[in-house]
Design a protein around this ligand. Structure first.
Ligand SMILES: [Ca+2]
Length: 203
């Protein structure tokens, strides 16, 4: 098993058990995608020029917490089924809050400082009220702060779907894969770090 596989096994017993069954898992043959962190997800003129995965082929996308779109250059094809997976110990930062791709919640008492690794001070009642009020303005209100969200087929047939640490997804339309950390549109400026997403086409 490669480094990625061992890392995922350490992070998740389930992942380890599934390793032999072709579950996602990046390996050394995974293509590392050339990300565009400034381009809008929908600004692709020629979709056919994007990279396409064959069945069982995998790719790696480095998704930046600070980028609103994270255009990957990868084409998700209509009818294709893709598995996405992120190691649970891969972190990014919402200001000073450390989070993995599953995101964070306001009353989680296990939250740690992204830069020191120290536990965060308990949140005050007033600040909790403020944070909860803003939850309705997250790009995906029903998903956690900093949960990894995927986008399929920007433009016509666009859909956004929570990925978190893992997701199987069938593309309903052909288009570029993009992704982002679930946040308020105006608050990407205080984000930092990136996480690596493994994408394997299984059908
Ligand atoms: Ca933020």
């Amino acid at each position: 098993m490669n480094t990625w596989g061992r890392m995922l096994c350490t992070a998740s017993v389930l992942s380890c058990l599934l390793a032999g069954s072709g579950f996602v898992h990046a390996d050394d043959s995974c293509k590392r995608l050339t990300m565009d962190y400034s381009r809008h997800c929908g600004d692709v003129v020629n979709l056919q020029a994007l990279y396409k995965l064959k069945v069982n082929e995998c790719a790696m996308a480095d998704v930046s917490a600070r980028s609103v779109w994270n255009a990957s250059g990868l084409l998700l094809e209509k009818g294709g089924v893709y598995r996405f997976e992120v190691a649970s110990d891969d972190y990014w930062c919402d200001k000073n809050i450390r989070s993995n791709a599953n995101g964070w919640e306001v009353k989680d008492e296990t939250l740690k400082d992204c830069f020191t690794g120290e536990p965060l001070e308990p949140i005050s009642v007033i600040r909790e009220w403020i944070v909860r009020a803003y939850e309705w303005w997250r790009r995906q209100p029903g998903s956690k702060w900093f949960e990894l969200i995927g986008i399929s087929a920007c433009g016509s047939g666009k859909s956004e779907f929570p990925i978190g640490l893992g997701k199987e997804f069938e593309a309903a339309a052909t288009g570029e894969f993009c992704a982002y950390a679930n946040d308020l549109n105006a608050f990407y400026f205080n984000n930092s770090g990136s996480i690596a997403v493994a994408i394997r086409r299984i059908k």
